[in-house]
Write a protein of this length. Structure first.
Length: 278
């Protein structure tokens, strides 16, 4: 039985593949998170590009804390069940008047996950049409569409070949609200044409009963149990950006290199990911 979401919301998510405008975090929580991030950016500018990228939830205790906020986990559990793994956190920051944009894609195109995982967009700042908010194609969660690969941030990413944008919905969010969408929902975003920074944390949550079509995934068990051992379990970060956390992330990405963001490995290919300079 759902704890937070109504039956109407559950049906909408199942049929349309997304929910928007859910009130979860306070302005104070968002500002505290922003302060932590900006302090890190100021102190470690040479590490920003990789540390705020894939699996940053393994590096920062304050990312883990926000990502495991009980109300958020209640909502996620309503959608995917009682056994929940946090499989990835990644920052999505668009600087003022930035051309950065993300083409239409489905996160599980290269490695399918069944049952599907959900993606949570946490709006640390307001997300508007002007500053490049997330956009989704309603109902596109029912199947994987044909795609091609392109290079982005030192990795290959899938982009949907053809998209009818006439039905696209702008996921406009106020600070502290979240949007949630199915991993198969086609989504993207446009450039930030505003004078303000657009700031978000994007998390992937998978049911512990799910399986990847390729390889073995890994995640932090944040609710329930991982009794079937279908996923490798990741450690909780101890402090912020410690050497132990950095080594832990490196170990996880080398042990479980095939995940939905990094994609499948070709025969004989070694894991490759951005990391601290040795």
């Amino acid at each position: 039985m759902a704890k937070i979401l109504s039956e109407t919301q559950l049906q909408h998510f199942q049929s349309q593949g997304y929910l928007a405008g859910l009130d979860v975090f306070s302005i104070e929580q968002c500002e505290k998170f922003r302060t932590h991030t900006e302090e890190f950016e100021h102190r470690y500018p040479e590490d920003v590009s990789w540390a705020l990228d894939i699996k940053c939830n393994l590096l920062f205790d304050w990312v883990y804390e926000l990502s495991t906020f009980p109300l958020l986990l209640d909502i996620v559990s309503d959608l995917i069940g009682p056994d929940v793994l946090l499989t990835n956190s990644i920052f999505r920051i668009k600087e003022p008047v930035s051309p950065t944009h993300y083409g239409w894609h489905q996160d599980a195109a290269r490695i399918e996950v069944n049952p599907a995982f959900v993606i949570v967009y946490i709006s640390i700042s307001d997300a508007t049409t002007e500053n490049g908010c997330l956009r989704v194609i309603p109902g596109s969660n029912q199947q994987i569409e044909p795609f091609h690969l392109t290079s982005y941030a030192e990795r290959q990413v899938a982009r949907v070949n053809e998209v009818d944008e006439s039905s696209a919905v702008d996921m406009v969010l106020q600070q502290g609200q979240v949007g949630i969408f199915d991993c198969n929902t086609i989504h993207g975003s446009s450039s930030n044409n505003s004078r303000n920074r657009r700031f978000a944390l994007v998390n992937d949550y998978s049911p512990a009963t799910a399986q990847q079509s390729v390889g073995t995934g890994s995640g932090q068990l944040v609710r329930g149990s991982n009794s079937r051992k279908l996923w490798g379990e990741e450690p909780k970060p101890q402090g912020s950006f410690t050497q132990g956390n950095i080594m832990g992330r490196r170990m996880i990405l080398n042990t479980y290199p095939e995940n939905v963001l990094m994609g499948p490995l070709a025969k004989g290919q070694q894991p490759s990911f951005a990391d601290q300079q040795l």
